[in-house]
Design a protein around this ligand. Structure first.
Ligand SMILES: [Zn+2]
Length: 156
């Protein structure tokens, strides 16, 4: 699958998710406040590469609803070919692969279960694409792929 087609697949899979109305972080620390100010109320597709890059490690700070909405921003920026996008790709792929091992329990479970089968398929396709196209991230992308594809098996 080409990057452009994968981007469309991701956009389509997440097109039915609405911008979170309220706060997108639950913690009042400066780091989370910054994320609230940058992303809060914004359409994910309107976030610039640089804005996502600045928040490359922030997926775990988002509320469940905000994680569901803003994940495609991370996935789509990750498919671009520049240094900032690569950093987002690295952090996002590691996050997807370590979700269950790093945050075992309800927190991680609900972040996987909030995604529809279509959205999980898009995440799996993303991981496959990264494993095939980025030599530096084969290990991380394969780990992420295995974790998310098993979720799809359970749903079928
Ligand atoms: Zn915080």
């Amino acid at each position: 699958m080409e990057a452009d087609r994968l981007r469309s697949t991701i956009q389509e899979a997440f097109s039915n998710v609405s911008v979170p109305a309220g706060r997108i972080v639950s913690c009042p620390c400066p780091e989370c406040e910054q994320l609230q100010v940058t992303f809060g109320g914004r359409q994910w597709a309107s976030l610039s590469t640089h804005e996502v890059f600045i928040e490359a490690m922030s997926l775990s700070l988002l509320t469940l609803e905000a994680f569901h909405y803003y994940l495609p921003a991370y996935l789509c920026v990750s498919l671009q070919n520049d240094d900032e996008s690569w950093d987002v790709r690295f952090q996002t792929t590691v996050f997807l692969g370590e979700l269950l091992s790093k945050h075992p329990g309800e927190w991680a479970d609900e972040r996987q279960l909030v995604l529809s089968p279509n959205q999980v398929s898009a995440v799996v396709a993303y991981c496959e694409f990264i494993a095939l196209t980025d030599e530096e991230l084969i290990e991380e992308a394969t780990k992420a792929h295995d974790q998310w594809v098993s979720l799809l098996d359970h749903e079928q």
